[in-house]
Design a protein around this ligand. Structure first.
Ligand SMILES: Nc1ncnc2c1ncn2[C@@H]1O[C@H](COP(=O)(O)OP(=O)(O)OP(=O)(O)O)[C@@H](O)[C@H]1O
Length: 532
């Protein structure tokens, strides 16, 4: 008893007292939940009960918090040892999160996929480990699929469809898609069916995540994660309503009808509900299937340019952006007449970008393309990022500060720059999480979309070219001037803006022709290209 007194005193004086007590309470609480869970592990339906899912999440978060606190205790910062310990901690904790997502499924897989897509913002150990979730979503049994279709459409599956493939063509965190044929018209359709338990579990899962993030915030005040939960809270109910998805698809078709290469599947509302979405089946292959593109003789640079144009128009001109941009949602199809179509799938979530943000973002890109450091600083400040504007510019462009200051469109990314960026992600975690917390919410999705475009350009061998920047620059210049002309104070200012627009556009178009001409020349005599 006497021997334990100094320990008690030490504990009473410790600044971590509250945190240790809270941690202890969490561990005891989760222990009980885990015990309960183990004892009824064999019952699939019971495993989906909120308390069990919460228990699993609480256990994972307690282990993660304890691992970081324990492993980093007394390790000097900054030091090589700190970086090493931190990396192995990340790896262990990422594996724990992966297990949690696999066990809880649904929303947890969705969030895991979202985190995995945040390359360069979140340590590589997390994005790489969680990227497994991109291709490995749990599949519903055919009985569950049949149950959902029949409950929602009020008829036997065979009465609605003359054919219905038992194996889904794609399975994801919230739903899976089956190829079928409508009995009424004989038309080939794709039927997206929501996993049976996802909607039921959604509210508990969101609350669980909120509690876990509160605990993490309390234990690691420097590390901000609230933005992630805010995103899920706002978006999940929309994503779970397939009728909302159908109306998004119609809006997308009407806004971008002027792009002849774009295809959006027609929705069959008479055979749809909030959990079942029947739509036209679209031919084609996923955009990253390079063998298919080659076999069909499709020009990959042209595909990247078209996709770049579509995404830039979405962001800068229409302010209506597809929120789940990954290659699984983009098909490429060569029609019989030789024209290449880009099919956009999965219209569950769109971001409406307000004019104020569009103006700021256009100004930011104009400053980045010029480049103009003072203007970058000013716009970043307007966007709420403050003194972290340098890091913000690097995050937006995915380039090093050196490239940002010398002009991102003038230097292609080399291996050294890639290493430098990966090092940022390890050493600047608190600063990056501050930027994510401070920047406008719209930015997160835009960053994700930019990443998709870059990844596709890389896969299709268009990464070193400036086509993407040209398409984007045209949209930036157009959006900036359009919005500025709307707010011009007098006719002189309006005239000046119109002339500036014509001048900048002519330069971009001339540069575009120069690039096309240059790409036809043999490599040895190609000109150095500079967008300045
Ligand atoms: N209209 C369609 N025509 C042809 N194939 C389709 C169609 N809709 C979906 N698919 C196929 O099903 C897969 C999954 O579709 P979709 O992305 O809409 O489902 P999801 O459940 O929202 O998946 P995720 O959340 O991963 O995007 C697609 O990658 C595509 O291969």
């Amino acid at each position: 008893m006497a021997a334990s007194r100094p320990l008690l005193k030490l504990f009473a004086a410790s600044p971590w007292r509250k945190k240790i007590l809270t941690g202890g309470a969490i561990i005891v609480g989760t222990g009980t939940a885990v015990g309960l869970y183990r004892s009824i592990d064999c019952l699939e339906d019971v495993r989906q009960v909120g308390i069990i899912r919460f228990g699993r999440a609480a256990r994972t978060v307690s282990c993660i918090v304890a691992d970081y606190k324990y492993s980093l205790y007394g390790v000097p910062y900054p030091s090589d040892e700190y970086v090493h310990v931190m990396k192995s901690c990340h790896l262990r904790c990422a594996a724990r999160l992966l297990d949690l997502a696999a066990a809880n499924g649904g929303v947890f897989v969705k969030v895991g996929q979202h985190v995995a897509a945040l390359e360069y913002l979140i340590p590589k150990e997390y994005t790489k480990t969680l990227s497994v979730l991109m291709n490995k979503a749990p599949e519903s049994t055919f009985e569950d699929v049949r149950g959902v279709v029949e409950e929602d459409l009020g008829m036997k599956l065979e009465e609605i469809f003359s054919e219905f493939a038992v194996i889904p063509v794609g399975a994801a965190s919230l739903a899976q898609v089956h190829v079928a044929r409508l009995r009424e018209t004989g038309e080939k359709v794709a039927v997206k069916v929501q996993h049976r338990r996802v909607k039921k579990n959604a509210r508990t899962d969101i609350n669980t995540m909120q509690i876990m993030v509160n605990i993490t915030d309390f234990m690691f005040p420097d590390f901000k994660l609230q933005w992630l939960v805010d995103e899920v809270k706002k978006n999940l109910p929309l994503e779970l309503d397939f009728l909302h998805e159908a109306s998004n698809a119609e809006k997308m078709r009407s806004l971008f009808g002027h792009l002849p290469f774009l295809k959006v599947p027609t929705m069959k509302l008479s055979h749809s509900s909030s959990r079942v979405l029947t739509m036209e089946f679209c031919e084609g292959e996923h955009i990253n299937k390079i063998d298919y593109l080659k076999e069909k003789g499709i020009d990959t640079h042209d595909v990247c340019r078209k996709l770049g144009r579509l995404i830039s128009e979405m962001i800068f001109q229409k302010g209506y952006l597809h929120s789940d941009p990954h290659p699984g949602n983009i098909l490429v199809h060569k029609k019989d007449n030789g024209q290449v179509e880009i099919v956009i799938l999965d219209h569950g979530l769109y971001l409406t970008i307000e004019d104020t943000f569009r103006r700021q973002y256009s100004q930011l890109w104009l400053a980045l393309l010029n480049p103009n450091q003072d203007e970058i600083k000013r716009v970043a400040n307007d966007m709420g990022v403050g003194e972290l504007y340098g890091l913000f510019a690097c995050i937006v462009t995915r380039r090093s500060w050196k490239s940002v200051t010398s002009g991102v469109s003038k230097r292609t990314m080399d291996d050294n720059e890639k290493k430098e960026l990966r090092a940022y992600a390890v050493t600047l975690i608190p600063q990056i999480s501050q930027v994510l917390q401070r920047m406008p919410r719209e930015m997160l999705l835009i960053l994700k979309t930019n990443d998709l475009l870059r990844a596709i350009e890389h896969q299709l061998g268009s990464a070193g070219r400036s086509d993407g920047y040209i398409e984007m620059s045209k949209c930036v210049v157009s959006s900036y001037h359009h919005l500025a002309i709307q707010h011009a104070k007098n006719w002189r200012e309006s005239l000046r803006l119109r002339l500036s627009f014509i001048y900048m556009m002519s330069r971009l178009i001339a540069y575009d022709y120069f690039l096309r001409f240059n790409s036809y020349l043999p490599r040895a005599i190609q000109f150095e290209s500079n967008l300045s």
